[in-house]
Design a protein around this ligand. Structure first.
Ligand code: GMT
Length: 376
């Protein structure tokens, strides 16, 4: 199949899922066209099955906001015609589903019927999408998609709760490429950069937005390190980073916390981690938790949104109510204080992650694509 993938090219989960999906589809012989405003961060390798088309939005002084949707829908039409693309798969409803619908309409005028699959990722529904300013257009473009998928059952339910949706939503969980994880060479001396031999490595990875409850991460770690020698790896960047740095300073633990910013060495860091913290306010899925589990790292998380569908309570880690820092720290200490317990949780984390192997998930997308193309 010839498929156009529209996504955000950034470090965020939806862009990562879209890129990994496209690369694996290309690996299986499909022709994949990434269409976005910058080369996606995980798209290092372009080959004959993988194409990247940049959407350019030149600055024009008249516009207070540059019209990205317009440029994107024009690009989609042009690329569909030029390459004979058979299907659009848009990740994140805003504004991709809207631009995709416009492209479909323009193509229809020229006698080309192209199906659009929209994958909902979370904040496009739970935070941004349901805002009154966007709601009408988001709802419209979801209903106009030929197929709608969501990355968890919880997100599916949220979508039906917040919008007037007249379409079936298919739950297709996010995935992990386990084989690639194991094959990547890791630099053996790197652990010493992060922690002393006797210290445990605790990790958090996110975009440091409010929804991630970054202060909770630091406070949970503060309690852990009072009982167990440990270091905290803070990976990613965003608006809450400075607050986190200040809390570390106020608590006197700044020497025990490393802020990496947006690192390209996530696999290396996770491969040395003993525990992953994700106390988010909400999380439609929690891809970062799954990536940690794929490196046999148990997860201490909140129980909101789709997290219980990924992190199994008492098996791959523990789940607590949002904001229950005390319980999260207690559970972390329970896992870390006994080596046998830690090893059991590590093994469990990996076996739960195996359920999300890309090999199990990719055929579900392929089937959906085939049916959508046949129907169009
Ligand atoms: O909040 C983030 O981590 C970024 C955001 C995004 O749009 O990329 O992530 C959302 O999509 C990910 C991939 O499907 C999910 O794993 C995240 O849980 C989801 N974030 C939220 O729901 C807050």
């Amino acid at each position: 199949m010839k498929i156009a993938i529209v996504c955000y090219p950034t470090f965020g989960g939806s862009g990562v899922v879209a890129t990994e999906l496209g690369l694996e589809l290309a690996h299986r012989g499909h022709e994949i066209h990434f269409i976005t405003y910058k080369q996606p961060v995980r798209l290092a390798l372009l080959n004959s099955n993988v194409h990247y088309h940049e959407v350019n939005v030149p600055e024009y002084a008249l516009f207070h906001y540059q019209p990205y949707e317009l440029a994107l829908s024009s690009k989609l039409v042009d690329m569909v015609k030029l390459y004979g693309i058979e299907l659009l798969h848009v990740h994140y409803a805003i504004p991709h589903a809207y631009a995709g619908y416009m492209a479909k309409q323009m193509l229809k005028d020229e006698g080309i019927n192209i199906p659009m699959v929209t994958t909902l990722h979370g904040t496009d529904i739970t935070l941004v999408g349901k805002h009154l300013f966007y709601k009408t257009a988001v709802c419209f473009s979801i209903n106009k998609s030929d197929v709608v998928t969501s990355v968890s059952q919880s997100l599916k339910e949220d979508t039906y709760k917040h919008f007037d949706i007249n379409k079936e939503i298919h739950v297709i969980p996010n995935f992990i490429e386990l084989e690639k994880h194991r094959n990547e060479p890791l630099i053996s001396c790197q652990r010493s950069v992060m922690a002393e031999k006797h210290e445990r490595i605790i990790t958090h990875i996110s975009n440091f937005r409010k929804v991630k409850r970054i202060p909770d991460v630091v406070k949970i770690f503060y309690k852990i390190q009072q009982q167990i020698p440990a270091k905290l790896m803070m990976v990613g960047d965003g608006p809450e980073r400075e607050i986190a740095e200040k809390i570390c300073y106020d608590l006197g633990i700044q020497e025990k916390v490393i802020f990496f910013g947006n690192s390209n060495e996530i696999d290396q860091i996770l491969s040395y981690s003993d525990l992953f913290l994700l106390p988010s306010e909400t999380e439609s899925f929690g891809l970062a938790a799954l990536e940690a589990m794929a490196w046999s790292v148990p997860v201490i998380s909140s129980n909101s949104g789709g997290l219980p569908e990924v992190n199994f309570d008492g098996v791959s880690g523990y789940l607590s109510n949002v904001g229950d820092i005390d319980e999260m720290a207690e559970n972390a200490i329970k896992i870390l204080s006994n080596i046998d317990t830690l090893n059991t949780f590590k093994e469990n984390a990996l076996s739960v992650a195996k359920q999300f192997d890309i090999k199990n998930i990719l055929p579900i997308y392929e089937e959906i694509y085939h049916k959508a193309i046949e129907k169009s």
